[in-house]
Design a protein around this ligand. Structure first.
Ligand SMILES: NC(=O)c1ccc[n+]([C@@H]2O[C@H](COP(=O)([O-])OP(=O)(O)OC[C@H]3O[C@@H](n4cnc5c(N)ncnc54)[C@H](OP(=O)(O)O)[C@@H]3O)[C@@H](O)[C@H]2O)c1
Length: 261
């Protein structure tokens, strides 16, 4: 059985290490590879021509993946983005494991409300899982144009220009600020006011300590980067790939080994 991850860029992806380690140690005759997809229009065709059983989809194709599936299951319907696809009876079934993977990664946090920084695909995933779990949340984005879909759903969504500082227990950075630069996701003086009253901060970026997490630590917050989210979304995708045959903790142990390589 062949599996892969589609994206652009894709070189950095840790998913092959994670899944191959679990396939090997759980004695599944399968292989997981990377595919640099340059054009989303050929995603569906490639899925069939490569004869793969399942795939993950990453930046910038999660919304395209949602559109090319024959059936969407679970929270992906609300998010309108898919990061995991499985082929069943020659039909493509789409799931989103980022959202439950994120929620699993913050399960030990005791918080009443949250502020999501950013309004892109990851912010949507976080917002929808919060809605499902009845967590109170607001969204704050640099510009207005991405807020429309959140406002239409009745969510509290602000841009930098109409935001009024409030108290939030948990702050989540879903923007790409800090990924390839040293920028903060929000003006420093406003972010400091927010962090002053917060308990936890999470950055979905992994592999580095972002300026957002550094500043959060200076304010004494409990912090977490995106590594656990990555691990958990992988575990949930692996369960789908292997038809829920293995115990979650067993998968987690093996995927963690791959992630640590
Ligand atoms: N840990 C994991 O498993 C995991 C999973 C998925 C994604 N991620 C990470 O999540 C991040 C976001 O991905 P995405 O797909 O949601 O991105 P996206 O859809 O492109 O959205 C990016 C968002 O970031 C905002 N933004 C970008 N640069 C900014 C800056 N300098 N200051 C303030 N806001 C800024 C944008 O605001 P505007 O609307 O104003 O442009 C937009 O709201 C990436 O770093 C990705 O690697 C991690």
């Amino acid at each position: 059985m062949l599996f892969c991850i589609f994206g652009n860029p894709i070189k950095h992806s840790k998913s092959p290490l994670m899944h191959n380690m679990a396939f090997k140690n759980l004695k599944i005759d399968a292989c997981y590879t990377k595919y640099l997809l340059k054009d989303s229009k050929i995603l569906r065709k490639k899925f069939f021509s490569l004869d793969i059983k399942g795939a993950n989809v990453t930046v910038p194709y999660k919304e395209d993946a949602f559109k090319i599936c024959d059936e969407i299951r679970g929270i992906a319907k609300e998010i309108e983005a898919v990061n995991t696809i499985i082929k069943e009876d020659n039909k493509l079934i789409g799931y989103n494991t980022d959202a439950p993977g994120f929620f699993e990664s913050i399960k030990e946090f005791d918080f009443k409300n949250a502020l999501i920084l950013g309004a892109g695909g990851t912010a949507k995933a976080v917002a929808e899982i919060f809605k499902e779990k009845t967590v109170e949340f607001s969204i704050l984005n640099r510009s207005e144009n991405r807020l429309e879909s959140f406002i239409k759903k009745g969510y509290r969504a602000y841009s930098w220009s109409n935001f009024k500082i409030d108290r939030y227990d948990l702050i989540i950075n879903t923007t790409s600020a800090g990924l390839n630069d040293e920028s903060l996701p929000l003006k420093k003086e406003i972010l400091e006011e927010i962090l002053k009253n917060a308990k936890y901060s999470v950055d979905v970026i992994y592999g580095k300590e972002t300026p957002f997490l550094k500043l959060s630590k200076e304010f004494g917050l409990i912090t977490k980067d995106g590594k656990e989210m990555l691990l958990n979304q992988g575990v949930l995708a692996f369960e789908i790939f292997t038809d829920f045959r293995f115990e979650k903790n067993l998968i987690k142990k093996e995927i963690q080994k791959g992630l640590n390589l």
